[in-house]
Design a protein around this ligand. Structure first.
Ligand SMILES: O=C(O)c1ccccc1N[C@@H]1O[C@H](COP(=O)(O)O)[C@@H](O)[C@H]1O
Length: 237
């Protein structure tokens, strides 16, 4: 049943986040990334300035959505990022309220992804309140104790919580995805989109070509297996 739901939606988005080089961005897009994310958070090993990120973004502009990832950024900070990077979307990965999400959307006229950290069913309920205000929800794990980063921690949450979601919820599954677990994530959830960052790195902030390739290979394998299951199910119907 879940496989049928997953594959009945042809659109499947793959966001690769925390890019710093045109080489890594090009590799991700060549393999099918639909979204490329740049991190604007000074404490992150993936932090970039708009000036440094712009040529990387320009190299793939028009072939994947350019996403600026920010954390409780002020209007002044967002003004600099939006003017310098010219992103297609903003990802708000802090404690932004519903009102703040609405204000950011209105100020820039850009699509907004709201990242929400999930540990239990109550967190999912809180996250769902952003539906209709944010253009898309992104479910990430809660940061481990002591982490200075609200995301990019390489940890997953219990994907079984997503069983409770209605089919129509448009979200991205994030948190600790890598080549080893992304197939299971796709098979065991109904996710219409995935997002990965630190699981594709050889060191914090350093994207690894082999890990990127292995990740996309694993995604393709899981998607074609699901497709085969759907065809078998349709033939039996
Ligand atoms: O990657 C970071 O350093 C980061 C910093 C601040 C906010 C978000 C950040 N990353 C985002 O977190 C999720 C999950 O990352 P991971 O796959 O677990 O490493 C993803 O959206 C990153 O873009």
């Amino acid at each position: 049943m879940r496989l049928r739901k997953l594959m009945s939606n042809d659109r499947f988005d793959i966001k690769i986040c925390g890019l710093k080089t045109a080489e890594a961005a090009e590799r991700a897009v060549a393999r099918g990334a639909t979204h490329i994310g740049f991190i604007f958070f000074a404490k992150s090993p993936r932090h970039v300035t708009a000036e440094a990120a712009r040529p990387v973004a320009d190299a793939i502009r028009g072939r994947a959505k350019i996403v600026a990832v920010t954390v409780d950024a002020t209007d002044a900070e967002l003004d600099t990022i939006v003017a310098g990077l010219v992103p297609d979307m903003l990802q708000l990965h802090g404690r932004e309220s519903l009102e703040r999400v609405a204000a950011v959307k209105a100020r820039y006229g850009l699509q907004v992804i709201k990242a929400l950290s999930i540990r239990d069913a109550a967190d999912l309920d809180t996250a769902l309140a952003y539906r209709g205000t944010a253009d898309r929800l992104l479910f990430d794990a809660k940061p481990p104790k002591g982490s200075e980063l609200p995301g990019g921690n390489g940890v997953s949450f219990d994907w079984r919580l997503l069983d409770a979601l209605d089919d129509g919820v448009d979200y991205m599954l994030s948190g600790g995805l890598d080549a080893e677990n992304v197939g299971a994530a796709i098979r065991s959830t109904r996710t219409p989109a995935i997002d990965a960052s630190s699981g594709l790195e050889s060191a914090p902030g350093v994207k690894d070509p082999a890990r990127i390739e292995a990740f996309f290979d694993a995604v393709a394998a899981a998607r074609s297996l699901a497709q085969a299951h759907r065809q078998t199910a349709n033939q039996g119907a």
